[in-house]
Design a protein around this ligand. Structure first.
Ligand SMILES: [Zn+2]
Length: 87
């Protein structure tokens, strides 16, 4: 099967939680090796997860992780629609 970027993005949280079945995991890792966009998104997602995990320990202001999450979703949406109108 051909894995597209949007398929990878839809699986990133499962990927990071290691909840993918082995075949899909292999397909995604193969895609990540060849796709700069997806590896970049994976890296940022992982960083944000680390940050938000830490935030639970440090009691950041209410809404902090929500804003991070919103920013991540926005970045993913914009990558998914490169020709979006930025107006
Ligand atoms: Zn990709």
């Amino acid at each position: 099967m051909t894995l597209e970027c949007k398929h990878v993005w839809g699986r990133i949280s499962e990927y990071l939680d290691q909840q993918l079945d082995p075949k899909l995991l292999a397909d995604i890792e193969k895609h990540l090796e060849n796709c700069e966009v997806c590896s970049a998104i994976l890296d940022s997602t992982r960083n944000i997860l680390v940050l938000t995990a830490d935030s639970r320990t440090f009691e950041l202001p209410v809404g902090y992780s929500e804003r991070l999450h919103a920013r991540l979703e926005k970045a993913i949406r914009e990558s998914a629609n490169p020709k979006n109108d930025s107006a």
